[in-house]
Design a protein. Structure first.
Length: 398
């Protein structure tokens, strides 16, 4: 029996009222990029995306247009790096900088289009705690906002400082440890894999020589093991003090709290993280959504689902995608070959090998013309591909 969550449904309904305004602005921005190939300069403040309605007046300035011409014409997406993009600039509100790529190298510009970090890096990422990860000659290091290489490019892999003063790094011996923003080693190189800290804990992996297999546990920021190496896979604790993490035990997934207590039993074939109070989980080859108490909110009726939810849920039945609400009512029919989540009132949908955008009523707002689109959870990127050229649009939440 499906147990509904009225409180959650009410929250989702309240969120929805702003979507029409955001959809209009979002559509205008995408069409502007398509028509002019100008660099987009915008930023968003707050989780409700209020900054979408506060675009800078110099959106089409000559400085930005000249910048865009240098790297837009005839360029293609070089890799699937989630932090690299070509045809737009958007700004994390706290740092007021954006990544751009010119002649195959990446750098940072400010909100006026001035280059503040030269385009000399193979990859460059955003600043957290005045440290931005850069990729130079096959290794990762970190620069400060003056473009000083304050942490040398020594690491085969590196995380970020977004949620902690500590960052996981991989040394040449294939082991992970944690450094601080001064490159001091704070937690030794003893892990076979390590995740970024989130909500004060980080998932780490070690080889269990008795069981002859890898096991996952969680450490705190002092390097103390607080949840033992008993899991076969593990996600992050998303949500602060009341966060849950999806973990795998044997062939089944469940959820634990930060003390290691099992809060949702190991019933699922796969589990994702909680977002807006729901997590997508898989059972008997079908997907549904549960709330934080483990109650089924959206039944296990779907062949694929999106990994998180907003007002409407993109779900797949058979070979077609459509959209349902929190009451499991079909809001937009199952007409599409593929579908993405709604952002700012628009969602990318695929039909006959082309992507376009619809509003939350199913009306086509941007014609089916793109070969591909892609979006990323953390930063709300959208990459629009036409022919051999990619047009990318990004808005960051504070």
């Amino acid at each position: 029996m499906i147990t509904k969550t009225p409180f959650l449904i009410a929250i989702l309904f309240c969120i929805s009222f702003n979507y029409d305004l955001y959809a209009q602005e979002w559509q205008k921005q995408i069409n502007k990029i398509i028509d002019t190939n100008a660099i987009q300069v915008t930023y968003s403040v707050g989780f409700n995306f209020a900054g979408m309605l506060g675009l800078k007046s110099d959106f089409g300035s000559d400085k930005l247009k000249n910048l865009s011409i240098q790297y837009l014409s005839g360029t293609t997406r070089a890799d699937e790096d989630e932090q690299s993009f070509d045809a737009d600039s958007a700004f994390r509100h706290s740092a007021e900088k954006a990544v751009v790529r010119i002649n195959g190298k990446r750098g940072l510009i400010d909100m006026d289009g001035n280059i503040v970090v030269p385009c000399e890096y193979d990859r460059v990422y955003y600043f957290y705690r005045n440290r931005a990860r850069v990729y130079i000659d096959g290794k990762f290091g970190f620069i400060n906002n003056k473009n000083d290489l304050v942490i040398p490019n020594l690491y085969a892999s590196a995380g970020h400082f977004a949620y902690s003063d500590l960052c996981p790094v991989l040394n040449d011996n294939g082991k992970f440890g944690f450094i601080n923003i001064h490159n001091d080693l704070k937690i030794d190189y003893v892990y076979d894999w390590a995740d970024n800290f989130r909500s004060g804990l980080a998932a780490v992996k070690k080889y269990d020589y008795d069981a002859m297999e890898f096991k996952y546990g969680f450490i705190n920021e002092k390097g103390v093991l607080v949840i033992d190496y008993i899991y076969d896979d593990a996600g992050s604790f998303v949500g602060g003090n009341f966060a849950y993490a999806a973990v795998k035990l044997g062939n089944k997934w469940g959820f634990i709290d930060k003390k290691g207590n099992v809060v949702i039993d190991f019933n699922y074939d796969f589990a994702t993280f909680f977002w807006n109070g729901l997590a997508a989980v898989k059972l008997d080859d079908k997907w549904g959504y549960i709330d934080v108490t483990g109650n089924v909110v959206i039944g296990f009726n779907y062949d694929e689902v999106t990994l998180y939810c907003a007002v409407l849920f993109a779900v797949k039945k058979g070979d077609k995608w459509g959209y349902i609400n929190a009451k499991e009512e079909v809001v937009i029919d199952f007409n599409y070959d593929d579908a993405e989540n709604f952002r700012y009132g628009l969602a990318a949908v695929k039909l006959d090998n082309k992507w376009g955008y619809i509003d939350r009523y199913g009306n086509l707002k941007i014609d089916y013309q793109f070969q591909s689109v892609s979006g990323f959870f953390e930063s709300d990127d959208v990459v629009l591909s036409k022919g051999n050229e990619d047009i990318e649009f990004r808005v960051f939440r504070k």
